[in-house]
Design a protein around this ligand. Sequence first.
Ligand code: ZN
Ligand code: ZN
Length: 274
Amino acid sequence: MRLLFAGVRGSTPVSGPHIEGVGGHTSCVAVLSHDDPTPSLILDAGTGLLNLAPRFDDAPFAGTILVTHLHWDHVQGLPFFRAADRDDARVTLGMPAQGDARAVFERAMSPPNFPIGPDGLRGTWNFVAIEAGTHAVEGFEVTALDIPHKGGRTFGYRVSDGSRSCAYIPDHGPGGPDAKPESRERALSLARGVDVLVHGAPFTAGERAIADLFGHATVDDAIDLARAADVQHLVLTHHGPFRADDAVDAMGKSARAVFAHKLTIAREGRTIEV
Ligand SMILES: [Zn+2]
Ligand SMILES: [Zn+2]
């Protein structure tokens, strides 16, 4: 199993020479099985999703996109994913259950907020409300559990191909307003013993107050969870929109100084072996 980081930025896409090394597109990770160049499972649909279309060449997307939650930086790429916006595409869009999935998504994508609603997407789209628990998805075993964030139900996902496993927890506020005593155990059970933990780290330890205010993690929170879950490879993602390349690299350097195992900064376009 490989993870292709198509978008690694949090909150909003950014551009400019100061962020070119890390990338400016928002959250999107493609899960690739062994030799397959095109994914059938995609985690989150931020603007990074646009980066995946060229991999499909002239083929349609046929698979599942699981979003952790419905914030803009996790769904805005959906209507611009060319491989899915064609008559022969077959898309299952899964999201944390909170009523009728299609209706929930339509609140975010319909006039006057956007020129079209879900009916305007070409291809066959199936909107699915995912409950917490373990599900078989596109040949993978996927466990979804509630993660404290802010403003809407949010999942973290654990994905296993039977031999290797990873956890994807981009938006997680362990010190935030939605954190409860049982939240810690849920995050731990997603991450425990995985080969790769992909975790959000939009804030530094010095930015604790704003991290907690918006239900996000600091770098220290990510390291703390990785240590507690006995993770050997931690990947930091969901970089803050104002964090230039040199600042992200500095963050990675200080994180490596205190984390005993492998630590990688997620960069747009890079692939990581799980
Ligand atoms: Zn986010
Ligand atoms: Zn969010």
